[in-house]
Design a binder for this molecule. Structure first.
Ligand code: GLU
Length: 487
């Protein structure tokens, strides 16, 4: 049997920063397309002329590229069903609007905004669901002519038949049904001739042969309007899949209070795209086992809409950081260094354009710190020990460590041995530290802990031999001297 090709789309309105929720919708669509060898289409829904900006559009595209979400058809790559920008498709919408007007499924509405608002208020006062009562549907030819003569610019409204159940299939919610009386006649073309989202989206999805529409739950209440339009235009609706809202850990709608909502913020902080994709996939989709880490290839293999939950997904930054940390640990230190550099600059640790040996040194420092961070910017919180020779003790406990009776002997032995060491590298320092424990007959902790505190001010941190090797003989001896004068 010949199977229908899966065609999905991501259709952002470029009116602001690209949100995590949008990225999740894009990802779910993309995974479905990849899994079934289908097509992923990227359409720009820019009919909100006042709020749409080129900058937002570019931001969305860049973020998608960053995440590795590529499209087969779109404004920039073209395709057989273009143009893929709604403001370039106005003639197409016009054709269908004429058809709807001619066969009486839509009509011109001359009501002013004030009249609409007054009707809405009156309905609300009576405890009714606000909806347009259909006044202009009943205008006489004379009344219409009057409006035209006065130059009133009409909207076009779609006539929704009363007392109907509007039903559609949803991959996440099974069959969904709405009472048409709660919908009411709605505007499909504004008085400036530009179609509204609910109308343009139907014409486009139909003409672009979209088979599945996966989008956020916030669009669920738009869908009955779209379904009646499909029917009126003689199009077959796609299969819908409304994925749950994303909530913060306090179960309120995800907002800036819960952490950054824009994808770009995470990119700038030095998260890796693979980690973000992994995390986004788990926002609503559950793989059905214990496994938490998925490469893109694994996601393509294992993703299925059957395992997308109806209940809200919770955006937990701690979980993101937990996932992200694993990716950071395994990443190329050169890459993490690149990602950390703007933050190190901002914090004043480095200047512009560091290269050569300095850069190499930094990469080695970053390699040591990679296991402590969840995203590259966090390097800043751990790197001070490599830059600040004026050792500051992190707490009283640390100071206490240096009061131990064995400390002077440890320090002296360390200073002597380090001074005499031919090459100060990690293996040699490691051997040196071991020889101190032997000679002084002390447990490792009695040697390592005071040295670490004396050299870094901290009780814990990266391997001491490596820290010493990276700081070098001169700085280590200096630190030792100044620290010892402080206690
Ligand atoms: N332009 C709409 C939005 O950004 C698209 C919604 C849809 O996927 O139908 O919310």
């Amino acid at each position: 049997m010949l199977q229908q090709e899966i065609r999905v789309r991501f259709a952002p309105s470029p009116t602001g920063p690209f949100h995590i929720g949008g990225a999740r919708s894009a990802l779910f669509n993309w995974l479905l397309a990849k899994k079934f060898n289908g097509k992923f289409i990227m359409r720009i829904e820019d009919t909100d002329l006042e709020r749409s900006t080129k900058e937002s559009e570019e931001g969305i595209k860049e973020a998608l590229h960053w995440l590795g979400i590529t499209w087969d058809e779109g404004t920039d790559v073209g395709g057989p069903y273009g143009p893929y920008r709604q403001t370039e498709r106005l003639d197409t919408y016009d054709t269908y609007t004429k058809q709807l007007l001619e066969n009486g499924q839509a009509y011109y509405c001359y009501c002013s905004e004030e009249e609409i608002e007054a009707e809405r208020q009156a309905q609300l006062d009576k405890g009714e669901n606000p909806h347009y009562g259909g006044r202009c549907r009943h205008l006489t030819e004379e009344e219409k002519a009057g409006f035209v003569k006065r130059g009133v610019k009409p909207t076009v409204r779609f006539h929704v038949k009363e007392n109907q159940q509007i039903m559609f299939k949803d991959m996440v919610r099974d069959t969904v049904s709405f009472d048409s009386n709660g919908v009411g006649d709605f505007v499909i073309v504004k008085s400036d001739g530009v179609p509204v989202y609910n109308y343009a989206v139907v014409v486009d999805d139909a003409l672009m042969k979209i088979t599945h529409v996966i989008r956020g739950e916030e669009h669920l209440s738009n869908t009955p309007r779209q379904v009646v339009l499909y029917e009126a235009l003689g199009f077959v609706p796609p299969v819908f899949g409304h994925i749950s809202l994303i909530l913060g850990t306090d179960r309120t709608k995800m907002s800036k209070r819960h952490g950054a909502t824009a994808v770009d913020s995470y990119r700038k902080l030095g998260y890796l795209p693979e980690a973000i994709v992994n995390f986004l996939a788990l926002l609503g989709w559950s793989p059905g086992g214990e496994k938490e880490f998925f490469s893109i290839e694994e996601l393509i293999q294992e993703f299925s809409m059957e395992r997308v939950a109806k209940n809200p997904a919770v955006f937990d930054v701690d979980k993101l950081n937990y996932i992200s940390a694993q990716y950071i640990k395994k990443a190329d230190p050169e890459l993490i260094t690149e990602l950390a550099m703007p933050h190190l600059k901002e914090a004043g640790y480095i200047g512009d354009g560091i290269t050569g040996e300095k850069k190499q040194w930094l990469v080695e420092v970053v390699t040591l710190l990679q296991e402590y961070i969840s995203y590259a910017a966090e390097i800043v919180n751990h790197i001070d020990i490599f830059f600040n020779d004026n050792v500051e003790f992190e707490n009283d406990e640390a100071i206490q460590v240096l009061k131990d009776a064995d400390v002077p002997a440890v320090m002296e032995s360390f200073r002597e041995k380090l001074t005499a060491l031919e090459v100060v590298d990690a293996p040699n320092v490691k051997a040196l530290l071991k020889s101190i424990t032997k000679e002084l007959k002390l447990g490792g902790k009695k040697v390592f802990m005071p040295l670490r505190v004396a050299l870094t001010g901290k009780m814990h941190g990266p391997d001491l031999d490596k820290v010493v090797a990276l700081l070098g003989r001169e700085r280590i001896i200096n630190r030792l001297t100044t620290t010892l004068t402080k206690i």
